[in-house]
Write a protein of this length. Structure first.
Length: 190
């Protein structure tokens, strides 16, 4: 068991196998309702990864970086942050795609986008999520590439880019609270 748990991809594979076993025990057939449920499950998983990393950046990495001795900062900037940002970016895409597919499968996509009565709450959550995903790809990531030295730039530009990336991340953190509220509240408030 330790060999499985010591490797992220083996552990992920074990989780998938366990999920398939649970599925086979609980479900005898796959229908439209189950497909929508499965897409919702994928949406929740990708959302947990996306927002979990967003909160990691805001609760842990951003406040801790000024306290890290200068000689240790390259470990974060060259290894941890780029890897975390990779998963952060693609979890945002996966969350948006699965959310849009889910809205179509459940028949509320158009009404939610138009913020129509009965779908307004989920629509606000969807719009917030779309804005946040765009912020990840068009503000945070381009500036993080400069701040981390992934693209060449001078020190003053790195510092300015780091600030813009932090403010973009903090904006997403603030928006994540009402977005999550809307996603959960839809079933109760419409």
């Amino acid at each position: 068991m330790a060999k499985i748990l010591e490797n992220l991809y083996r552990a992920l594979g074990a989780g998938i196998v366990l999920t398939v076993v649970v599925f086979l025990l609980l479900h005898r057939s796959v229908d439209q309702v189950y497909i929508a449920f499965f897409v919702r499950w994928l949406h929740v998983l990708s959302g947990i990864l996306w927002i979990g990393l967003l909160w990691y950046f805001n609760f842990v990495q951003i406040p801790t970086m000024p306290k890290i001795p200068a000689e240790l900062k390259p470990a974060v900037g060259k290894f941890i942050a780029p890897e975390a940002l990779f998963w952060f970016r693609w979890a945002a895409v996966a969350t948006v795609v699965t959310g849009l597919v889910l809205s179509v499968l459940n028949g509320y996509g158009h009404d939610a986008f138009m913020l129509k009565e009965g779908s307004r709450t989920i629509g606000i959550g969807m719009w917030l999520g779309l804005f946040m995903a765009a912020n990840v790809w068009f503000i945070i990531w381009p500036n993080q590439k400069k701040a981390l030295g992934i693209v060449p730039t001078d020190d003053a530009s790195k510092a300015a880019a780091a600030r813009v990336a932090m403010l973009g991340s903090r904006t997403n953190f603030v928006l994540s609270l009402p977005m999550l509220y809307c996603m959960v509240a839809q079933q109760n408030v419409g």
